[in-house]
Design a protein around this ligand. Structure first.
Ligand SMILES: [Zn+2]
Length: 237
């Protein structure tokens, strides 16, 4: 569940991202009643197994729900909870079509599991770093790739030059050479390398980089999505 909204006297509207149908809107009737048959199972970030009734409305109706994973440890840590909220918000904004996108679905599940500490960011079993900026950006880059808006990183997005890539242009949708940098901003070799490595390795082993490089990478992803997906995302961390 990406988000839930109060509706009417006792209902909830749910914004869901599903493996088989992509974005779904559903209504859970009576979910806010004290003795609702849904119990405490309709919580944000929960991974759910839902039975939905499809009527004439755009909203499906929840008829049954089982929890697949509630990520309980994620909920007890502020930074992990904030990271989960930003990730779900990014999925909500970037993947608005009601069509399946298994890579995006699997990516979100992996990130939530990582934030919950099921998998460690550094192989130490503690999950440390999963809620940090580098993993948040690696998630965002992979999500952009899954949505079809991955920035061009191999050669100048304007002229195709492979050497002397010094900037990034959101309008061009990728790295740019010095001759094409006029509408872009400076991108350090470290930030460029971070983006390439983050896309190439599993989320659980996202590369690290300096704060300055990470902020450049964040700007690169944000401007690409603003220009090409017309989506404005909140700060990554
Ligand atoms: Zn160029």
């Amino acid at each position: 569940m990406l988000r839930r909204i109060r509706y009417g006297e006792a209902d909830r509207i749910l914004h869901l991202y599903s493996r088989t149908r992509g974005r779904i809107g559903a209504i859970a009737k009576g979910a806010r009643k004290p003795r609702s048959r849904f119990g405490g199972r309709l919580e944000p970030f929960f991974r759910l197994d839902l039975i939905l009734h499809e009527g004439r409305s755009d909203l499906l109706t929840v008829t049954n729900v089982a929890t697949v994973d509630g990520y309980p440890r994620l909920r007890s840590r502020g930074p992990a909870l904030m990271a989960a909220a930003r990730a779900c918000d990014a999925v909500l904004r970037l993947l608005d079509a009601a069509e399946p996108n298994p890579p995006a679905y699997n990516l979100l599940c992996r990130y939530l599991a990582l934030l919950d500490g099921e998998q460690s960011a550094h192989g130490d079993g503690a999950g440390d770093g999963a809620a940090g900026l580098s993993t948040a950006l690696a998630f965002r880059l992979k999500l952009a790739l899954a949505a079809g808006f991955s920035p061009e990183l191999a050669s100048c997005a304007r002229c195709g030059e492979a050497d002397g890539l010094v900037g990034f242009s959101g309008a061009a949708g990728g790295v740019v050479c010095a001759a094409c940098e006029r509408d872009g901003f400076e991108l350090s070799p470290e930030a460029h390398r971070f983006m390439v490595e983050a896309l190439g390795c599993p989320l659980a082993s996202a590369p690290s980089a300096s704060e300055r490089a990470l902020r450049q990478a964040e700007r690169a992803v944000s401007e690409t999505l603003e220009h090409h997906a017309h989506v404005h995302l909140r700060a990554a961390a």
